[in-house]
Design a protein around this ligand. Sequence first.
Ligand code: ZN
Length: 106
Amino acid sequence: MSSFSISSLFPFRRVKIDGFEQIVDSDKGIAMFTTVSPDQRYAPICYKCGSKASGIHDNSQRTLRDLSFGNNPGFIIYNYRKITCPNCGQTRVEDLGIIDGTPCNR
Ligand SMILES: [Zn+2]
């Protein structure tokens, strides 16, 4: 039985991978799409101050350019939540620690 784990390769604890898809376009070639969403086990936290929010204001999605897979461009379909921060008092995007590449340890 192997003890190898891939968790060290994906240090983003607050997101889960929903899927991975390869799109083939006859003109543009092949592109790789990875879809990620917030892990529902974690309460959302404000990206600005780090406060935990109890409710969700809205759900949104963005497509981000990622590193290429060989010669094929990679993209991340990034689902995230907007919260009303109890500390800031404003609608904020939750911090999933994946956008700036710094793992979120909160
Ligand atoms: Zn806040």
